[in-house]
Design a protein around this ligand. Structure first.
Ligand code: PDD
Length: 290
């Protein structure tokens, strides 16, 4: 049996039959947006925030979603229900649709909606106990003036190049700088550092995805009364940090132990552990479940 449950345009489809047209602009040009939601206790976690971002991504590329929010909630629930046991990773991709072989989307009338569900990845426990390894990637994050990284789009080639760099060095993630040399985020996660008791993360102006988990972490820091700075971070700030951690829907709060060959001062640091525990409570708070 396949590891994936798949839906195309609302129809559950066996993996072997899950096909889209080669003239789909999502395939041809990466002209698509996507979201990844996870379940907690079988319920959708923070679905409202993911839907809000999905609308934002679509709007930013001039697309209005052709299905309403309940349709997406139903899709995610159906995908989860089709899986056997455990928590789910639920991805939805909305492409511009099938059209002529022409960059302009005028001939794309109907969006293609693809849903993919799989088991939520369990990262190795040692990444949480001792910190994972990341690198500082050579490839730069594309600037906001290009395909804005705030859009969760099907254009992930920069990130693909960065993760290839990371895996060559046995690292699980790559921190990407922008063209000014400021830290932005990782290939599929946001990055935080702690220095002298202050939590710091790149500001949205640097060009990055406004992670749902990042938002929860900022909320948690305010509840814990930890000082936070959202702003410019350099490579040196990352190397001088007392603690470093990365966040995403699939990773939660993952401490960083090594940046390339550089060992992070404290792994996992005491503040990272406090923040991770507080986030864990939010994860299990039924207020955030749909
Ligand atoms: N990735 N930055 C990028 C470029 C991402 O793709 C992601 C999420 C994040 C973290 O966002 P969130 O906290 O909302 O998951 C940051 C998902 C998990 C993925 O592509 O699988």
């Amino acid at each position: 049996m396949s590891d994936y449950v798949i839906s195309i345009n609302g129809e559950m489809t066996e993996e072997a039959n899950a096909k889209i047209s080669v003239l789909d602009h999502g395939f041809l040009f990466g002209d698509s947006v996507y979201e990844v939601v996870r379940t907690v206790g079988g319920k959708l976690f923070a679905a409202d925030r993911h839907l809000k971002r999905l609308h934002g991504s679509a709007g930013a590329i001039g697309m209005t979603l052709q299905q309403d929010d309940n349709w997406y909630l139903d899709l995610w629930r159906k995908l989860h229900a089709r899986r056997e046991g455990g928590e789910s990773y639920l991805r939805v991709i909305i492409t511009r649709g099938v059209g002529q072989l022409d960059l302009h989307p005028a001939t794309c009338e109907t969006q293609t909606v693809i849903g993919i569900g799989k088991a939520l990845n369990r990262w190795p426990d040692e990444h949480y106990a001792h910190g994972c390894k990341v690198i500082l990637a050579k490839v730069r994050r594309n600037p906001k003036q290009s395909t804005d990284p705030a859009i969760k789009s099907g254009n992930y080639l920069n990130n693909v190049l960065a993760i290839i760099e990371a895996r060559k060095q046995d690292a699980v993630e790559a921190i990407m700088l922008n063209v000014k040399g400021h830290v932005t985020e990782c290939t599929t996660s946001n990055v935080f550092i702690i220095k002298d008791g202050v939590v710091k993360t790149p500001g949205l102006d640097e060009g990055l995805l406004e992670g749902v988990t990042r938002g929860f972490i900022l909320q948690v820091c305010s509840e814990l009364k930890l000082p936070v700075v959202e702003g410019q971070l350099t490579e040196q700030d990352i190397l001088d940090a007392d603690e470093v951690f990365i966040t995403s829907t699939t990773r939660d709060v993952m401490p960083v132990g090594f940046i390339g060959d550089h060992k992070v001062r404290r792994t996992p640091g005491t503040l990272t552990i406090r923040i991770a525990n507080a986030y864990h409570e939010l994860l299990h708070d039924s207020k955030n479940h749909t």
